[in-house]
Structures are given as structure tokens and as C-alpha cells.
Design a protein around this ligand. Structure first.
Ligand code: ADP
Ligand code: TPW
Ligand code: MG
Length: 581
């Protein structure tokens, strides 16, 4: 065991501390109160002692789910979500979530125990040997390793600052097994810790950038605001609302920005998306990237003649990352800074003499909206047998409306796309979903984090395939008795349940699952409430009961297996065989 002593300290106290304790003390000192983990060598005692020290320690059945939970806790709280894993395989299981956090700009720290450095570096075959730091680097915003107990304070401080400052992201912290048992003088240990001052400092936009943006906006005939999940993350909800309402500019919320202003707001253009994107002449992006989710800012979606042609609109982009502008198309007015400061600067620049967009623009948007809303209402009113996505989601829509504080978790293909367009959100940061990568598997991890961190009722709408990626965490949800109501949209497979094996053999097609599976029985194994629902009425009753009782509930909602489409709304991204073209 190494004994670390503080250089230059003449009088040391009698008491000692160790690596385990210093990690816990450093986290607590920085306001971290929850750890998402899966115990084992060398971090088992770290999980035990963290719990003993008053941290909430939530243990999962697979590290990927603990990691996703940490990532979304970061999004919801602006504090880095902490995921704690064992070495090599545990680390790799958590790595997916670290990459996810970086991709989605969520602050998260993956802390992994690792094996003996000397053995790993000589590749002599240690228990769970792996050069974890090197593997984490390409997918992390930053990656650090701590070798000495007296550096734990610095290591945790750097990890926190890296995770939350500037564009948030995933940070890896490598803690070799030997570190935990290192003892050092308790007083010196205490002094070695750092309470991070102003971890995510405000970044003010330059006045000339603000003026450039305002000049563009003022001269716009058909302006549009796009709100992304960066705007939701920023927690400046009132200012964003004031900006929209003062300027009178229609806005389009990206999926996780839904509810930043209520989806029922008169300026919400969601129901007229395919009209406003090509028609707008100036588009202001607030915390949203022009990636695939926005068709890279060009092509037919934006009114371009060909699939890669620019549609002719000018862009203003508010983002904390100075590198983001021009990543896909020209940004005429980049506004670099934190969203709070940028929006405030715009608000004060607008002053009182602002002219709202003309009625020709607002009227056309409103007209398209009401037509589409009417059409949707007709579809939702139908009650087909078997139940389809629309008739089931009409129920979810009502339940969310009646419980606007509930957090909606959503993944799947059709189960995702239909929910996003049918279920209105009314409050900020209440919708969390597959995010930038469109990944399956975030579901149950997100449920645990949302229930534990936000302490709200959680409603999860899950494709049956999507649910399978993290389904075992239903036990975790029951173990912690979390108020989570999971609705599995069971259409017997990926996209739909109707594919047949083209070779005619005994194996079913790769997109098809066991027909008529009873997902509701899974939760019953752990003492939760399982419900098999084949009609909207049964689904409604089950959801109402779940929300009232706050008991862990899983509803197997039987959906017409022919109802979905291949890849949901992103069929066009699916490469089809050359002969089919
Ligand atoms: P969406 O998927 O909703 O379109 P993205 O994840 O593509 O959103 O974009 C989020 C953007 O928000 C990122 O470019 C990120 O740098 C930015 N961002 C995150 N937090 C802030 C903040 N506090 N201030 C400014 N920009 C932010
Ligand atoms: C980690 C590919 C995209 S959507 C999907 C898969 C497997 C499941 C769709 O079926 P589901 O929804 O959930 O039943 P529905 O309503 O359309 O039937 N692996 C990862 N991420 C992704 N996105 C995939 C695979 C995929
Ligand atoms: Mg399905």
C-alpha cells in the first residue's frame, strides 16, 4: 500500500483517510448526490461506502443502463451524472453511454475501476486487463487517470469542469484498483480536495454578433425559431418564452425541446413543420444543430431543388460551441455564448419597438396548423380493432395532458415517431428520448434516472423491440419502488410483426418476435403491476391506476402488427438493394 504524504507538511494529524473516502468526499463537496452503478472488483466498497456516506446509490443490472441513467440525469440537472463501473467488460458496457453523452451534449462522468497499471502496460494478463483510458478517449470530451490519492481532488474537479463547461459532454475518469486503498493523512486529504467554483461559467456573446443577428431578424419576412435540446438543457425557460412571445416568431421545437413552451402555444409550428422549414427566410437555431435531424439545413425539406441544395434561407445560430457554425450550411449570424446570455442580449436589443412578423406569414402558418390538427383529431377519434398506434397514443396524450409534470420517456421507431407527433408536452424537460443517435436502449435507464432525480411520475412509451434492450431494469424499477408506468407498444416486432422468412425455413424473419408476447408478466416477477391491454379503454384505466397508485407498472398494449412502417419516419435513410431502385 502506498502512503501518500503531503509535501512540506510538518505536522500531520493522527487520522488517515483513503482513496475510497477521498473520491466520496470530493463528489459530495461538489454537490453530487446520486451514483448510478453496478458493483464488483474494485469498486464494490466504493458503492457501499458511498451509500453509508449518504449518497443515493442506484445499482443496475447492466452498466449501459446505469450509464444512460447518468447521462440523462446530467441533462435534467446540469450536474454531471455519475456512472460507476468495474474494469474492462463493465467499463465497455458503460462506454456506450459515455459516447452517447458526448454525442448528445449531456454532462456525465464515467468512473471506472481499472487493473494494475504495471501489468496492463506490459500486457501480462491481469484480471480484466484493458487500457481503458486509451479506449475512452475517442468518445469522451475529456479523459483522465488518477494514480495517487492526493490527486483525487484534482481529478474529480477536472472531470466535473470538463463535463459541464462549454458544450457539455461525457468525461472518463480512470481509477486503478490500487488507488482506492492508498492511505494518506486525513487533514492533508481534506486540503487536497477542490470545490469547483463556477463550473459552467456564463459566456457572453459579442455585441457585434448580437447586432448582426438582430439585423437579420428585423428584416425577415418569414422568420422561424428552432428550439433544440440545448435550449431545454440551459434552464432559461422564461427568457426563451419571452423571446418567442415578444418577437411573435413561430417556433419549432426539436423532440426534447417539446414543452419548453407548451406544444399548444399559438406560435408553436410543430403541426406545420413541412410548411415552415422550406418557407422561412430567416431561421434562428437555439441550441439545435443542423445535423441529420434537421436534414443538414438543406435539401428538399428546406425548399432546395435537389436533395443537397440550399433552400435559400439565412441562419442565425445560438450555440456555446464556437465550432458549430457552418458545419453543414453557411451560418450568416453565429451567436456564440451560453443560451441564457445570448437570449438576454437579444431581448435587450429588441427593446420595445419590435415589429411582429406580418399576418401573411403568421396566418399561413396558423392555417396549415389547424388543417393538420383537424386531420389528426379525426384519426385519433377512430377506434379500430385491433388497437393501432393512434388509438393507443390518444390515451397517452390525455394522460400526459392531465399530468403535465410527468416525464415522458420514449423509444422505438413507429412507437417513437407517432408519440412525438401525437403526445403534446406542456412543461420544459419532460420529454426524453433516443436523442441525436436515434438509439434503442435508453428506456429503462432513463426511467430510473427521471424518477429518482426529478422525483416525478414517469411514463415510458416503448416499442417492443426498444424495450428489450433494457427490459431487465424493470427489476431495478421495482426494487427502488419507482413511480414508473411503462407502456410497451407490442406490434410483435421491429417496425411491424408481419415479415416472413424469404427462404421459407423454420426461423422467423429477423424483424419478428414471439407473437402475442406478454411483457406484462415480466414486471409481475418482481412484484410490480402487469396489465394486458387490448383496447384504449383498458389502456386508459391501467394508466390512470398507475399514475394514481405510483406503483411500478408495465402495460402490454397490443398494437395491430400491420400498423407500422419500416424505420418509422426515417425510411429514406434505409439503404435499399440496388435492384429495387
Ligand atoms: P437537438 O437534437 O434538439 O436539435 P442538438 O443536440 O443537436 O439538439 O444541439 C444542442 C446544441 O446545444 C449543441 O450544439 C450544444 O453545443 C448546444 N448547447 C448545449 N448547452 C448549451 C448552452 N447552455 N448554451 C448554448 N448552447 C448550448
Ligand atoms: C442500439 C436499429 C431502430 S428502431 C428499432 C431498431 C432495432 C426498433 C424498432 O422496433 P420497436 O418500434 O421498438 O418495436 P416499432 O413501434 O416501430 O415496432 N440498435 C440500436 N439502436 C438502433 N437504432 C437500432 C439498433 C433500430
Ligand atoms: Mg415494435
Amino acid at each position: 500500500m502506498t502512503t501518500a504524504t503531503e509535501p512540506g507538511t510538518a505536522t500531520n494529524s493522527q487520522e488517515t483517510t483513503d482513496g475510497f473516502q477521498l473520491v466520496i468526499d470530493a463528489l459530495k463537496l461538489n454537490g453530487i448526490d446520486t451514483i448510478f452503478c453496478l458493483p464488483g472488483i474494485p469498486i464494490t466498497d466504493l458503492t457501499r461506502r458511498s451509500q453509508a456516506a449518504g449518497l443515493r446509490v442506484l445499482a443496475f443490472r447492466h452498466e449501459q443502463n446505469a450509464g444512460y441513467a447518468a447521462s440523462i440525469a446530467g441533462f435534467l440537472t446540469q450536474k454531471p451524472g455519475i456512472c460507476l463501473t468495474v474494469s474492462a467488460p463493465g467499463f465497455l458496457n458503460g462506454l456506450n453511454a459515455l459516447a452517447h453523452a458526448t454525442t448528445n451534449c449531456f454532462p456525465m462522468i464515467l468512473i471506472s475501476g481499472s487493473s494494475e497499471r504495471e501489468i496492463v502496460d506490459l500486457q501480462q494478463g491481469d484480471y480484466e486487463e484493458m487500457d481503458q483510458l486509451a479506449i475512452a478517449k475517442p468518445v469522451a470530451k475529456a479523459a483522465y487517470r488518477v494514480l495517487h490519492a492526493e490527486d483525487i481532488g484534482v481529478g474529480i474537479a477536472r472531470a466535473i469542469r470538463a463535463a459541464v463547461s462549454g458544450r457539455p459532454g461525457g468525461v472518463y475518469l480512470d481509477l486503478p484498483a490500487k488507488l482506492f486503498a492508498q492511505a494518506m493523512d486525513a487533514e492533508a486529504g481534506k486540503r487536497s480536495l477542490i470545490k469547483v467554483v463556477d463550473p459552467a461559467p456564463r459566456q457572453l456573446p459579442a455585441p457585434e454578433s448580437v447586432k448582426r443577428a438582430l439585423d437579420l431578424l428585423k428584416n425577415a419576412k418569414r422568420p422561424l425559431i428552432v428550439l433544440g435540446k440545448g435550449a431545454a438543457y440551459a434552464q432559461v425557460d422564461d427568457d426563451i418564452r419571452a423571446l418567442v412571445e415578444k418577437t411573435g416568431i413561430p417556433y419549432l421545437p426539436m423532440s426534447m425541446a417539446k414543452g419548453l413552451l407548451p406544444d399548444t402555444h399559438e406560435l408553436c409550428a410543430s403541426a406545420a413543420r413541412s410548411y415552415v422549414l422550406p418557407e422561412a427566410d430567416v431561421v434562428m437555431l437555439i441550441g439545435a444543430r443542423l445535423n441529420w435531424l434537421l436534414s443538414h439545413g438543406k435539401g428538399r425539406t428546406w425548399g432546395g431543388k435537389g436533395p443537397k441544395d440550399w433552400g435559400g434561407q439565412k441562419f442565425i445560430q445560438i450555440d456555446i460551441s464556437a465550432q458549430e457554425a457552418d458545419s453543414n450550411v453557411r451560418i450568416d449570424a453565429p451567436l456564440v455564448g451560453d443560451i441564457g446570455s445570448c437570449v438576454q442580449a437579444l431581448l435587450s436589443g429588441i427593446g420595445s419597438g419590435w415589429t411582429r412578423p406580418g399576418n401573411d406569414w403568421l396566418g399561413s402558418v396558423a392555417e396549415r396548423k389547424s388543417k393538420n390538427v383537424e386531420r389528426m383529431a379525426e384519426t385519433l377519434a377512430k377506434n379500430p380493432t385491433p388497437m393501432n398506434f393512434h388509438s393507443a397514443l390518444n390515451v397517452v396524450r390525455d394522460i400526459v395532458k392531465a399530468n403535465p409534470e410527468a416525464i415522458l420517456v420514449n423509444e422505438g421507431a413507429n412507437a417513437l415517431d407517432f408519440t412525438r407527433s401525437i403526445v403534446d408536452m406542456y412543461r420544459p424537460r419532460k420529454r426524453i428520448d433516443v436523442g441525436t443517435w436515434g438509439i434503442m436502449g435508453v428506456g429503462m435507464g432513463y426511467c430510473v434516472a427521471a424518477a429518482a432525480v426529478a422525483r416525478q411520475q414517469v411514463i415510458a412509451v416503448e416499442g417492443d423491440s426498444a424495450f428489450g434492450f433494457s427490459g431487465m431494469e424493470v427489476e431495478t424499477i421495482c426494487r427502488y419502488n419507482l413511480p414508473v408506468c411503462i407502456v410497451v407498444m407490442n406490434n410483435n416486432g421491429v417496425y411491424k410483426g408481419t415479415d416472413v422468412n424469404p427462404a421459407g425455413g423454420p426461423d422467423v424473419a429477423p424483424t419478428v418476435f414471439v407473437k402475442g408476447a406478454r411483457y406484462d408478466r415480466i414486471i409481475e416477477a418482481f412484484g410490480g403491476v402487469g396489465v394486458h391491454a387490448t383496447t384504449p379503454a383498458e389502456l386508459r384505466k391501467a394508466m390512470e391506476d398507475a399514475v394514481r397508485s405510483r406503483k411500478p407498472t408495465l402495460i402490454n398494449a397490443v398494437i395491430d402488427e400491420t400498423a407500422g412502417t419500416e424505420s418509422g419516419r426515417i425510411t429514406s435513410l434505409n439503404p435499399s438493394a440496388a435492384k429495387k431502385k
